[in-house]
Write a protein that binds this ligand. Structure first.
Ligand code: GLP
Length: 245
């Protein structure tokens, strides 16, 4: 695993954007796995800036998003569809037909997940998967205890995740209780992983994920077994992990 420790959030965002843009420049037809949450916002902003300068071209890029809430209208401010439009897709020349996110309003979310697995296969798999991480070590919406062998599936969100994500909603009651997420198996099949972490509140989870046992109780710990992980974090988030090195 390659680890980049950066001074702060902004430098983490720039480093992650560097890595993702290198992928796109070297392979313009890349399939990029994208993530939402507050962590990658600065990375998307940097990518948009470089696109506007003419340094990046998304014409042939294909994207697959990690996860989406069940039942939230795609136009809802907190839907991950809306997040991707606002932070990236509306500002670069990616072909909307080349972007994929599970359909939050699918009548049958389970069937939607099956279909999503097919989409990833038909694209030939993911070249690089961007990940953030929850405080309980969740990646995508793979909560502690989720089976490692799953591909895209429906999950019930834990109380901790609902509370953490409620900061984006008017109240915790408004946070959807279910989501569709690529499973650990889907994530592990990506050729490369780019994990981003920021802030002292993640330091404990990062340290346990990479120094402790590989266990479904801490989903990110599975990344210890992936052959090509780049961890980009600010020094606050990596403080405890670096103490162990
Ligand atoms: C959400 C998302 C994850 C994200 C995580 C951390 O639950 N489903 O993909 O990595 O929260 O979010 P943040 O980056 O806001 O800390």
């Amino acid at each position: 695993m390659k680890i980049y420790v950066t001074e702060d959030y902004q430098a983490m965002s720039r480093k992650a954007a560097n890595i993702l843009s290198a992928q796109i420049i070297l392979k313009p037809t890349s399939v990029v796995g994208l993530a939402t949450g507050s962590t990658p916002v600065g990375m998307y902003k940097q990518l948009v800036t470089w696109y506007e300068k003419g340094d990046l071209d998304f014409t042939a890029v294909k994207s697959v998003n990690l996860d989406e809430y069940v039942g939230l209208d795609p136009t809802h401010e907190q839907s991950y569809h809306h997040f991707m439009q606002t932070h990236l897709f509306d500002h670069v020349n990616i072909n909307p037909a080349n972007t994929n996110i599970p359909d939050s309003l699918a009548a049958d979310p389970k069937a939607e997940c099956e279909w999503y697995n097919q989409v990833i296969r038909q694209l030939g798999g993911i070249d690089i998967q961007v990940l953030g991480m929850g405080h309980n070590g969740h990646i995508g919406f793979n909560e502690p205890g989720d089976a490692f062998e799953l591909e895209t599936h429906v999950v019930n969100l834990t109380e901790r995740t609902i509370q953490a994500n409620s900061r984006f909603f008017s109240s915790p009651d408004d946070v959807p209780r279910q989501a569709m997420t690529m499973g650990i198996k889907s994530i592990m099949m990506a050729r490369k992983i780019l994990l981003m972490v920021s802030g002292e509140d993640k330091a404990d989870a990062v340290m346990r994920a990479f120094t402790g046992p590989v266990t479904p109780q801490l989903p990110a710990s599975i990344l210890q077994l992936h052959p090509y992980v780049t961890l980009v974090g600010d020094k606050a988030a990596l403080s405890k992990l670096m103490e162990t090195k």
